[in-house]
Design a protein around this ligand. Structure first.
Ligand code: FES
Length: 267
């Protein structure tokens, strides 16, 4: 929400009081021989920082680093992580994506994080100190997977980048999206129109169309990708990143909205 607020309110020349990074989510507080850093979306940020520090200190780290993203093109810090991993044997990288980018072969994991993937990427997970960061549903899945595998949860550490989730049990989710169904998205400001599968998000469509929609978490949490829809229907399942007032005013979150039929966006 902070990112969205800054985009809406900050103007050139404003003065801000800022404080440095703080918090206790750091391997420094729990020294261990082996780590498992597991994250989703922009939850990769503290994992990248911790890995960079261990790498820069010239130690011989033993890190299994797992990041989950919607698709390969949305992996944050991918080049930087691969650069570090290519220079030491102590950083084992794994990417897990929900779906692939069209016309780009993908040989990594595909699907949602689960016990099977966990066991494959870190067979010695019982020996590792685990750090986890991502949207609450993701962290809940990781917690449940570890707990179910008999992991000592005292060695599990997590960082949440969102307020507690609102109760969304009242939101009907009876729409089944179809890969074969195409939708048409018009970006009114950019003046481009793209055809994409219904299962693609409007954020993906914007990237294909060269339209600028800022994004952050890509999981419907931070509100950065809020944009006005001026025509058509979308199917949106977010994680608290938009208010009811905004949705009533016609705004949507591009990262978690799928177009139904023909849609026009103010971007
Ligand atoms: S990028 Fe965070 S809500 Fe869409």
């Amino acid at each position: 929400m902070g990112t969205r607020w800054m985009l809406d309110n900050l103007r050139p020349g404003m003065r801000l009081n800022a404080t440095g990074p703080s918090g206790t989510f750091s391997y420094v507080n729990v020294p261990a021989r082996k780590y498992l850093f597991i994250s989703a979306g922009s939850g990769i940020t503290p994992m990248m920082s911790m890995t960079t520090q261990l790498y820069d200190e010239g130690r011989d780290p033993d890190i299994v680093f797992v990041n989950c993203a919607k698709r390969p093109s949305e992996i944050v810090f991918r080049d930087r992580m691969e650069h570090m991993a290519s220079r030491t044997t102590g950083i084992e990288l794994t990417w897990v994506v929900e779906r692939t980018d069209r016309y780009h072969p993908w040989t990594g994991f595909r699907g949602m994080m689960n016990q099977l993937i966990l066991g494959l990427v870190a067979p010695d997970y019982l020996e590792r100190e685990v750090f986890c960061c991502g949207p609450e549903p993701f962290m809940q899945a990781v917690r449940e997977a570890l707990y179910g595998l008999g992991y000592d949860m005292d060695r599990y550490h997590q960082e949440s980048f969102q307020a507690p989730l609102p109760d969304r049990s009242d939101v009907p989710d009876d729409v089944t999206l179809d890969d074969a169904e195409m939708a048409e998205v018009e970006f009114a400001v950019t003046g481009t129109t793209v055809k994409i599968a219904q299962t693609e998000t409007l954020l993906s469509a914007a990237r294909d169309a060269g339209a600028l929609i800022p994004s952050g978490c890509t999981f419907g949490v931070c509100g950065t990708c809020k944009v006005k829809k001026t025509a058509g229907e979308v199917h949106m399942v977010h994680n608290g990143g938009i208010t009811d007032e905004d949705t009533e005013a016609g705004y949507i979150l591009a990262c978690c909205s799928n177009p139904i039929g023909k849609v026009t966006i103010e971007a």
